[in-house]
Design a protein around this ligand. Structure first.
Ligand code: SF4
Ligand code: SF4
Length: 416
């Protein structure tokens, strides 16, 4: 485990300092200084919004490749529920799974099955919990967002591992039992639409180590699958849970719970607004919240290849077709293979630190500086707002000279 790991990275040489990423970062983790963007790691939640916004492709995501499966004797792919939506309508799930297996895996295990397991555990928790609303733990971006910005809501997070982790545990147990393999012989690779899954494997939340050995992005594997789909490979027999595959789009998780008093919120800005409401006690009568960083849900993941609108439609059709396919299985999982084993802790990121006296001094300095700034939040200085610019000046990271509006005023008053 690497507690500093982030999958979202900056390719310095490509950055032209345009500030597009900085303006859209939901946690104000980006500054542009000396013409280059910089990410403050402690604040970054790996949402990938900056990858989406950068016109220069200077933001990217680290993920594994098919070559990283080589050291393992037996390789298993875990396709995310949204994976089936990334190829033309003519490509049925059995064909897509066969094409995935042929890339170099010995087996595939559908994460849709683990989504069903997650649903059953959630129903049980909802029945006994006095915490309202419970917040889904399935989107790692949202869990990190809560740790960074809403630590008071940590106790609302469902203490259940994501469907990806549950699927990995089921798949590993199954391979060990059926093939008499040792757990370390088996390499389990999640096929992901999203950079935050890479982070949650390298830097897990709720347990010391992830059960997943690597994450390969849709972007990385897509060309290999397309090539295999053109070959005449026999489709694999498969079981697709209609409810599980629905998790690929916003509303799928709550639909599978069959409850009425829920909300489903997608898009990181909407999620931040609703978490503000929950924190301030403005949301009542809701027992469960499905919160998804990407608009439309995982089909809108930043590493997905298909238009989220087309992908959403494909998922809807698949979910409807397989709706009656329900395979209620517990898979003989231990509690430790389903529930978080470690407490979820806040990520401390107070701008002015935790020495109260010192922080108060810095705060009043910040207010003093902010009064001198134009409060236009133009971003031209390289900080996302005048407030953050004042903080950065108080911290000695930049100076008033970098405010372009004040510079223009000074120039107009006293031309060269
Ligand atoms: S969007 Fe950000 S990373 Fe991309 S070029 Fe502009 S400042 Fe650099
Ligand atoms: S991944 Fe998200 S939180 Fe991190 S720097 Fe990019 S936009 Fe900001």
């Amino acid at each position: 485990m690497n507690s500093n790991f982030h999958s979202v990275i900056l390719k310095d040489d490509l950055c032209i300092g345009c500030t597009n990423c900085m303006r859209k970062c939901p946690t104000k983790a980006i500054r542009v200084r000396n013409g280059k963007a910089r990410i403050t790691e402690i604040k970054c939640i790996d949402c990938g919004e900056c990858i989406r916004r950068c016109p220069e492709h200077a933001k990217d995501s680290l993920s594994d490749s098919i070559n990283d499966t080589t050291p393992f004797k037996y390789k298993i792919a875990l396709p995310a529920p949204s994976f089936y939506s990334q190829f033309g309508r003519e490509n049925k799930p059995g064909k897509i799974l066969a094409a995935l297996k042929s890339v170099g895996f010995d087996d595939v295990f559908e994460v849709t099955r683990a989504a069903d397991v997650y649903t059953e555990y959630t129903k049980n928790i909802i029945e006994v919990s006095s915490v309202k609303p419970l917040l889904s733990s399935s989107c790692p971006v949202i869990v990190r967002l809560i740790r960074v910005r809403f630590p008071n809501l940590i106790n609302h997070i469902l203490p259940i591992e994501s469907p990806m982790e549950i699927a990995a545990n089921i798949a590993r147990n199954k391979a060990c039992k059926e093939l008499n393999l040792s757990p370390s012989d088996i390499g389990i690779f999640f096929i992901s639409p999203c950079p935050s899954k890479v982070t949650s494997v390298k830097n897990p939340i709720g347990s010391k180590n992830s059960s997943v050995d690597g994450v390969i992005s849709f972007k990385e594997i897509h060309p290999l699958i397309v090539r295999n789909l053109e070959l005449n490979i026999n489709p694999l027999s498969y079981y697709l849970s209609g409810r599980g595959i629905g998790w690929a789009k916003a509303g799928g998780e709550t639909f599978s719970l069959g409850i009425e008093d829920y909300i489903c919120v997608d898009g990181i800005e909407n999620v931040i607004n609703i978490l503000d409401d929950i924190e301030d006690g403005r949301l009542t009568g809701i027992i469960f919240a499905e919160l998804l960083s990407c608009t439309n849900g995982c089909v809108g993941g930043v590493l997905a290849m298909e238009s989220p609108f087309i992908a959403k439609n494909r998922i809807r059709r698949l979910a409807e077709k397989h709706l009656s396919d329900i395979e209620k299985q517990s898979y003989g999982l231990d509690d430790k293979e389903v529930f978080f084993q470690e407490e979820i802790t806040p990520i401390k990121n107070n701008v002015f630190g935790y020495d109260v006296i010192e922080a108060m001094k810095m705060m009043s300095e910040c207010i003093r500086i902010q009064k001198q700034l134009p409060r236009l939040d133009c971003g031209a200085c390289g900080s996302p707002s005048c407030r953050t610019m004042a903080e950065d000046i108080a911290l000695g990271q930049t100076t008033m000279e970098d405010c372009m509006v004040l510079f223009k005023q000074r120039f107009e008053e006293k031309p060269l």
